[in-house]
Design a protein around this ligand. Structure first.
Ligand code: UDX
Length: 436
């Protein structure tokens, strides 16, 4: 099949590359000339494990191309994916200007029946708006279909190649057949393609992400309660996670969720609800609790130093919002660093992938270390913000000899309490007793 993908951001690039991998001819389109030039020079523009090999192979074999011209890029395409940004506007609702502008441009360019697919996360009713925009200029038949993505950063290639399910909102036999054919190679193992009406598909994406954000937030509140009641969140997690109705995934308490999806989607769903006069109260709580949770360790840190962080140096391990990504959008680490700086502390930070991005935010205001132990030099305490595997089994004697105080504030519950006790660290984590 010939496919076009408009937008070569994170979702667009993964989508385009993975469709090429199953033998389709894919043209990716982006208005950013520099990006397209880079991609055409076989330089990948995002960090995503496993993607580069696929990207290079498919370019080499002539199945994956990049252009800045929408008209050229969509020529002959049976399916056009829209993978454009939908950033939150000032009021929290998704800003559709990029999607609708491309829809408007596409109309007169279509030469034959085409399926246009909304891949970006867009509010319920967007497909209808896109249809109206395309229709205004179209001379041929077309259909707008919704196909939300459920890609997790860091494992996006795997999620795309072996999805739990594919959700497609499509109304005609013709578009359903086409989408079925396109996705057949990805669901060979028997996972379903779930077809439904367009509005339900659009809502499915928001419902899934908001549910997961709520699940995490619920556990974070249980963790906070554990601290007050003298219980251990790890044990409670195991106790409830074995109930198959609850499930053991996405139950890890920590310093809150971040990233490009959860915060934006929860906010957008709350906003969409308001628009139809529905007060989705649980979502408001989720947002509020998560904001507080992100800085959960600041108070214990302050207390440790008698309420004053002035002149203290804090080593920060982990900057990305989660491991295996360089993405720092809504990352708890950034908010903590802002607070530390505002309280007069100095920050020595280390992250395996995200330091370049953080340089763009803090510049010279913080020190970027060469490795995790270098970050500990002259530091008064260690804070852990992201659960990168290399932080899980560190050389504790190195931490011990480098840190001025034997104290760790761990936002990701990486270490065993008994071990910390034996090693003689003061250890604060989330939802577990403090080791002193
Ligand atoms: C998410 C969804 O999982 C994906 O389906 C969607 O399409 C995009 O958003 P992503 O943002 O890449 O993916 O990250 P994910 O692995 O889902 O983690 C989201 C956040 O939740 C991270 O900040 C993570 O640290 C946090 N989290 C996750 C927890 O705090 N506890 C958990 O148990 C799981």
């Amino acid at each position: 099949m010939k496919i076009a993908v408009v937008g070569t951001g994170y979702v667009g690039l993964v989508t385009g590359t993975c469709f090429a991998e199953t033998g389709n001819h894919v043209t990716c389109i982006d208005i950013d000339e520099k990006k397209v030039e880079k991609l055409n020079n076989k330089q990948i523009t995002i960090y995503e494990p496993g993607l580069e090999a696929l990207f290079e192979r498919n370019i080499r074999q002539g199945r994956l191309e990049f252009t800045t011209s929408l008209e050229e890029g969509i020529k002959g395409a049976q399916i056009i994916f829209l993978a454009l940004p939908t950033p939150p506007g000032e009021d929290g609702s998704a800003d559709l200007q990029y999607v609708l502008r491309v829809a408007e441009d596409l109309g007169p360019m279509l030469e034959d029946y085409t399926v246009i697919v909304d891949k970006s996360t867009v509010p319920v009713g967007t497909a209808e708006k896109v249809t109206a925009k395309v229709k205004a200029g179209a001379k041929v038949d077309f259909e707008v279909v919704s196909n939300p993505e459920f890609l997790r950063e860091g494992v996006a290639v795997d999620d795309f190649m072996k999805p739990d399910r594919v959700v497609i909102g499509a109304e005609s036999e013709k578009s359903i057949k086409l989408m079925e054919k396109l996705y057949a190679p990805f669901v060979r193992q028997g996972n379903p393609i779930i077809f439904m009406d367009v509005r339900s598909a659009e809502l499915t994406k928001y419902a899934a992400n908001s549910f997961l954000a709520t699940k995490i937030t619920f556990m974070n509140e249980i963790a906070n309660l554990c601290e007050l009641l003298g219980a251990d969140v790890d044990k409670v997690r195991k106790g409830i996670g074995t109930d198959t109705r609850i499930g053991n995934r996405f139950l890890f308490a920590g310093i809150g969720y971040g990233g490009s999806c959860f915060p934006k989607d929860v906010q957008a769903l709350a906003r969409s609800s308001n628009e139809v006069d529905y007060d989705f109260r649980i979502l408001n709580s989720v947002m509020e609790v998560n904001e507080n949770q992100k800085q959960r360790l600041v108070d214990p840190l302050k207390n440790y130093f008698g309420g004053d962080l002035k002149g203290k140096t804090i080593a920060v391990w982990g900057l990305a919002f989660k491991p295996y990504t360089d993405d720092i959008r809504e990352a708890p680490a950034l908010e903590n660093i802002k607070t530390l700086l505002s309280l007069g502390a100095k920050v020595n930070a280390y992250d395996p992938e995200a330091m370049e991005n953080v340089k763009g935010v803090f510049g010279d205001d913080i020190h970027f270390a060469d490795d995790q132990y270098d970050a500990l030099k002259d530091a008064d305490a260690l804070m852990i913000m992201t659960e990168w595997p290399i932080f899980r089994t560190p050389e504790f004697d190195k931490i011990n000899s480098a840190l001025k105080n034997k104290v760790i504030f761990d936002g990701r519950n990486l270490y065993d309490l008994q071990q910390m006790e034996e090693l003689g660290f003061e250890y604060h984590s989330i939802g577990r007793r403090i080791v002193k």
